[in-house]
Write a protein that binds this ligand. Structure first.
Ligand SMILES: *Cc1c(COP(=O)(O)O)cnc(C)c1O
Length: 386
């Protein structure tokens, strides 16, 4: 389905609400039934009917329909955070004694889910180098149930071969889950490669305004129903209707925003790649990216996230660079309107041992919606500190 059709019309039944262009926020926890026949009927399918907002809500349902269509899956669920969606996707497909294979550098709380949380319930895991397909194959055990991918991840952007992983998983009866937050559905649709469950931190590009924390899970109707009836209804990590309305509004401009971030990131990278203080660049579509060919095969663009290792001799100079930036904000997260830096030196102790795997001269950039020349002015003057 055309992106414009999805973002402007899909799921919106305007005649039901006074022909309003913007859907109302149905801020109601429950729904009434005119008679017993209606009462009995809705309970047959709580996922599609309106009974109680922990299950389904009309505003949330509009969002779910758009998200499923964006990823090309039959249905979708939304959660109160990306971490909630990831946990539901994994929990819904494992039991005590099962094993999960995961690419080795996922989002930090995905790693914590496997290492600290699921280990308490007898679910084991193996982290593998996702750039090495044979390593993934070798990590599969007789009790493996889930293959968890994050392609690209959001620091150094390693990719996994989605079609090959989906095929491998099919041969071994595994459920494949991918965290697709980096690309958004605009630039990569993993379901088209055969991946079973696509999850997002909708906090990033999908909402796109740094004002809502939201998680998304897209899958077949059968998988969505299973997770709805178990993880969503039992653990109850739902998205409220007001936040759902904000995300619907954010989605209207998703293609425009991610294209702008993509163009501005590439513009800044062209300037950075020749700068004497730049040692190395990480960006999936950059000529120096080790998996450039695979990235181009799976993705239609990259968006605004890239990383740079700078050529400088002391941590003090790196700190001075960070402090000279005025127009970039220093923060975690990304995908909003504002440009950000996340310098690895922020994870280093002032004295004593570093606690980051990244060198101190490494910095992740997120390029938002500002004028790229205005951003470059800021970067250029800050680079003088290195
Ligand atoms: C932010 C993020 C998450 C977690 O999402 P929340 O909405 O913060 O819970 C998961 N995966 C990736 C890749 C992220 O960037």
């Amino acid at each position: 389905m055309n992106l414009s059709e999805i973002l402007t019309h899909l799921g919106e039944d305007r005649e039901q609400y006074f022909n309003a262009v913007a859907p109302p926020v149905i801020q109601s926890s429950n729904f009434v039934f005119p008679d017993l026949a209606a009462f009995r009927e809705v309970f047959a399918d709580e996922l599609s009917n309106h009974v109680y907002t922990r299950g389904n809500n009309p505003t949330v349902e509009i969002l779910r329909k758009k998200l499923a269509a964006l990823e090309g899956t039959e249905d979708a669920l939304v959660f109160s955070s990306g971490a909630g969606a990831i946990a539901a996707a994994v929990l819904g497909n494992v039991a005590a004694g099962d094993h999960v294979v995961c690419q080795k550098a996922p989002y930090s709380w995905t790693s914590a889910l496997l290492r600290k949380f699921l280990s308490r319930f007898g679910v084991t895991h193996t982290f593998v180098d996702g750039t090495d397909f044979e390593a993934i194959r070798t990590a599969i055990q007789p009790n493996t149930k889930v293959l968890f991918l994050e392609s690209p991840n959001t620091m150094t952007f390693e990719c996994q071969d989605l079609a090959a992983c989906a095929e491998l998983a099919r041969q071994h009866g595994l459920v494949t889950i991918i965290d697709n937050s980096y690309s958004s559905p605009v630039y990569q649709n993993p379901a088209a490669f055969g991946i079973d469950i696509v999850v997002h931190s909708g906090t990033k590009y999908l909402n796109g305004h740094s004002d809502v924390v939201v998680g998304v899970l897209c899958a077949s109707r059968e998988m969505v129903k299973k997770i709805f009836e178990s993880e969503l209804m039992t653990l109850g990590g739902i998205l409220g209707p007001h936040d759902a309305a904000l995300v619907i509004r954010g989605l209207r401009t998703l293609p425009l925003r991610i294209q702008r971030s993509d163009e501005s990131a590439r513009y800044l990278l062209q300037k950075l790649e020749h700068h004497p203080k730049v040692e190395r660049i990480w960006y999936p579509f950059h000529a120096s990216f080790p998996q450039l060919e695979l990235a181009k095969r799976q993705m239609r663009g990259c968006g605004g996230l890239f990383s740079v290792q700078f050529k400088t001799d002391t941590p003090e100079k790196m700190e001075a660079f960070v402090h000279r930036l005025r127009r970039f904000l220093m923060a975690v997260s990304w995908g909003g309107h504002e440009s950000l830096i996340m310098p690895s030196i922020g994870f280093y102790k002032i004295s004593g041992r570093p606690d980051s795997a990244m060198p101190w001269s490494f910095c992740r950039f997120y390029i938002g919606l500002e004028d790229p020349d205005w951003l470059w002015e800021d970067l250029e003057q800050a680079l003088e500190a290195l």
